[in-house]
Design a binder for this molecule. Structure first.
Ligand code: CAA
Length: 258
């Protein structure tokens, strides 16, 4: 892969979009490589968390590649939008938690990539935006939907209608980023959170993610119903017996993902 790096650090995977000369802009090749990296993560049952970040000093991802899109026909735009959606859907569908380490510009498709992760930590240098209307288009990789669900309609509309960037502090203020870290501490912080998650019961973490995401579009009683079923199902796992036995025996649990 030329523009996407996948590195493994024990149970934690790191995907880096690494095309710094174009501020990590997403063209078809980058999206295809990202899709391959996500498939490798999905197939690796030893992994417990994934961090997604951008290569170089300036950008997380500065958007879809404007040079590639500039002369798109309607049909080409549709195919490109489908590719972007399917890659971000596959990222969102990973059973392990996915953390966005937003280290610089996260614009357009870059914000949309971060929004397809479970949560976002931002460096002080991060800038978020959906500037598509400045190009006379709209967000095309899920930004109108995922941003709205996360920060609410009015905040999403303000960002999308103006196309203006917001800094990391404002992103935290509106609930887009969870924390703002000094640039040099961003990856260490994300790895610390990923390492904590990696120590927990993996099937339980996966079920928690499944139920939170699956319940978001449901009525409360239906969401509670899938929670109740998942809760009960976990009592059929060896890890549940190990977790509770270890607690009662005052020792650390050793989970087997089973
Ligand atoms: N696509 C293609 N190339 C891009 C790019 C993008 N989204 N963003 C930056 N680049 C390229 C620049 O063209 C430039 O290339 P050259 O050196 O060959 O000229 C290089 O990256 C460095 O960028 P700048 O010189 O512009 O750097 P800067 O520090 O002056 O500005 C910036 C940084 C504010 C992020 C600016 O690059 C910028 O505004 N980029 C575009 C952001 C944008 O509009 N993103 C949304 C794209 S549309 C989209 O994403 C649709 C969707 O929802 C799917």
């Amino acid at each position: 892969m030329d523009f996407v790096k996948l590195e493994l650090d024990g149970p934690i995977a790191v995907i880096t979009i690494d095309r710094p000369k174009a501020l990590n802009a997403l063209n078809r090749q980058v999206l295809t490589e990202l899709s391959q990296a996500i498939a490798q993560v999905a197939a690796n049952t030893a992994l417990r968390a994934l961090i997604v970040t951008g290569g170089g000093e300036k950008a997380f991802v500065a958007g879809a590649d404007i040079a590639e899109m500039a002369n798109f026909t309607h049909a080409e735009a549709l195919t490109f939008g489908e590719l972007g959606h399917s890659v971000l859907d596959s990222l969102e569908a990973l059973t392990i938690p996915v953390i966005a380490a937003v280290n610089g510009f996260a614009l357009g498709g870059g914000s949309e990539l971060a929004l397809a992760c479970d949560f976002i930590y931002a460096s002080e240098k991060a800038k978020f935006g959906l500037p598509e209307v400045t190009l006379a288009v709209i967000p095309g990789f899920g930004g109108t939907q995922r941003l709205t669900r996360l920060v609410g309609r009015a905040r999403a509309k303000e960002m999308i209608f103006t196309g203006d960037m917001i800094d990391a502090v404002k992103a935290k203020d509106i609930g887009l980023a969870l924390e703002v870290l000094p640039a040099a501490e961003l990856m260490a912080h994300c790895k610390k959170i990923a390492t904590t998650i990696a120590k927990r019961g993996p099937l339980a973490v996966a079920q928690a993610k499944h139920v939170i995401d699956g319940g978001a579009a449901l009525q409360l009683k239906d969401g509670n119903s899938i929670e109740r079923d998942a809760f009960a199902r976990l009592f059929g796992t060896a890890d549940q017996k190990e977790g509770m036995t270890a607690f009662l025996g005052k020792r650390a649990a050793e989970f087997k993902n089973a």
